[in-house]
Write a protein that binds this ligand. Structure first.
Ligand SMILES: [Zn+2]
Length: 114
């Protein structure tokens, strides 16, 4: 399962950071592109399951879905594509190309402050 693999890599990344900071992580913020087929609930569930009994047990995951980016073929502007009104906000052109979807990124980890 897709989410299980992501959960696993998140767990090792968070564990590594926690070891560096010598602190217990409480939450982690991740982001990914809108087209990234990820189910928040399944990911949190998978993460919870493998985090049990580790340093990451109880860590809250926050998942941000980034909008799809487009690049205007007329004026070269890059912008967030609004699916309800897909056009360049700068020149109004509807001739643009979709940019590759944003990758999954571990944005930040919050540690317990003591
Ligand atoms: Zn434009």
């Amino acid at each position: 399962m897709h989410e299980a693999m992501i959960a696993q890599s998140l767990l090792s990344a968070i564990t590594e950071e926690a070891a560096k900071h010598n602190a217990k992580p409480v939450s982690a913020k991740i982001s990914c592109g809108k087209l990234y087929a990820i189910n928040d609930e399944s990911l949190c569930f998978a993460f919870e399951a493998i985090a049990k009994g580790t340093l990451c047990e109880g860590v809250r995951l926050e998942i941000e879905h980034k909008p799809i980016q487009g690049q205007c073929k007329n004026c070269n502007q890059t912008f967030d594509v609004e699916l309800s009104n897909p056009r360049c906000p700068k020149c109004g052109s509807e001739d643009f190309q979709l940019l590759p979807d944003a990758p999954l990124v571990l944005e930040e980890i919050e540690f317990q402050s003591e």
